[in-house]
Design a protein around this ligand. Structure first.
Ligand code: NAD
Length: 253
């Protein structure tokens, strides 16, 4: 018998692809959304608990405001959780970590393989290139509907560079430069955000010295790349013991 995958946020830009990929790889249990969808053949559940009761694993691409409620509900129903939602803060992170004491959770700002390799390379370059010589800057562009900035993936890239340098991103992050900013400081990790049209997701990490520059870049051409990655991660996560996992664990990077 194939496992049953539930989709939190099944009517969203991502949810539509997640439902297709889940149905192709396993059994689609149905989903939740903020408002009852018009049409669509998958069962629609009133809330996350009702969905979890009919699912062996829940894939969640909704909104940062749902994270604490979803963490509590999925832990209470002992349902493994694939968390793709981005833009949440420390309180939500604490709720995710608390849930992971009871259930397996894989949380990733980006479920595509290429970006996870990029994260690894960003950490390695952060480690190899002296912060006093190489200025690290991260540029991202997404569709005009995106509500959080910098993107979760851009922040993950910043954390990767910071980890390579042995510092905390919070201590060196500079985002949204505007006006009289003064000169750039050694060791800063800068962020710039662009929004427009229907760009799926573009990220660039550059390390710039006085006489050379290294740039890593990634472009997603189709949202399906995140959905298929999340469904593969769900199949991997289902039999794992409780704990908080990353795509690095799944990809064995
Ligand atoms: P969207 O707005 O198109 O869809 C959001 C879905 O969640 C909808 O079905 C909506 O009804 C539902 N939803 C929103 N608020 C809710 C609430 N309070 N309760 C229940 N359901 C609610 O958004 P999207 O573009 O599909 O993105 C969803 C999330 O996934 C965002 O946080 C986005 O940044 C993230 N995302 C992550 C990845 C990744 O690989 N991790 C990739 C793309 C997008």
């Amino acid at each position: 018998m194939t496992i049953r995958i539930g989709i939190a946020g099944i009517t969203g830009r991502m949810g539509i692809y997640l439902a297709e990929e889940a149905a192709a790889a396993a059994t689609l249990a149905g989903g939740t959304s903020r408002s009852r969808p018009v049409g669509g053949s998958a069962p629609h559940f009133a809330d996350i608990t009702a969905l979890a009761r009919e699912s062996d694993v829940v894939i969640d691409f909704t909104h940062a405001s749902t994270v604490r409620e979803h963490a509590a509900a999925l832990a209470a129903t002992e349902t493994p959780w694939v968390l793709g939602t981005t833009g949440y803060g420390d309180e939500e992170q604490a709720a995710v970590e608390a849930a992971a004491k009871t259930i397996p959770v894989i949380a990733a700002a980006n479920f595509c393989t290429g970006v996870n390799l990029l994260l690894l390379l960003a950490e390695k370059l952060g480690h190899a290139l002296e912060a006093s010589q190489f200025d690290a800057e991260i540029l991202e562009m997404h569709h005009r509907q995106k509500v959080d900035a910098p993107s979760g993936t851009a922040l993950a890239l910043g954390r990767a560079v910071a980890a390579g340098r042995g510092v905390r991103l919070e201590d060196v992050m500079v985002s949204g430069r505007d006006g009289h900013t003064g000169p750039r400081q050694d060791g800063e990790i800068g962020f710039a955000t662009l929004r427009g049209g229907q760009i799926i997701g573009e990220h660039e990490v550059s390390f710039t010295a006085g006489d050379e520059q290294i740039t890593l870049s990634h472009r997603a051409f189709d949202r399906r790349v995140f959905a298929s990655g999340a469904v593969r991660a769900a199949l991997w996560l289902h039999p794992q013991p409780a704990g908080l996992y990353s795509m690095r664990d799944y990809l064995r990077l």
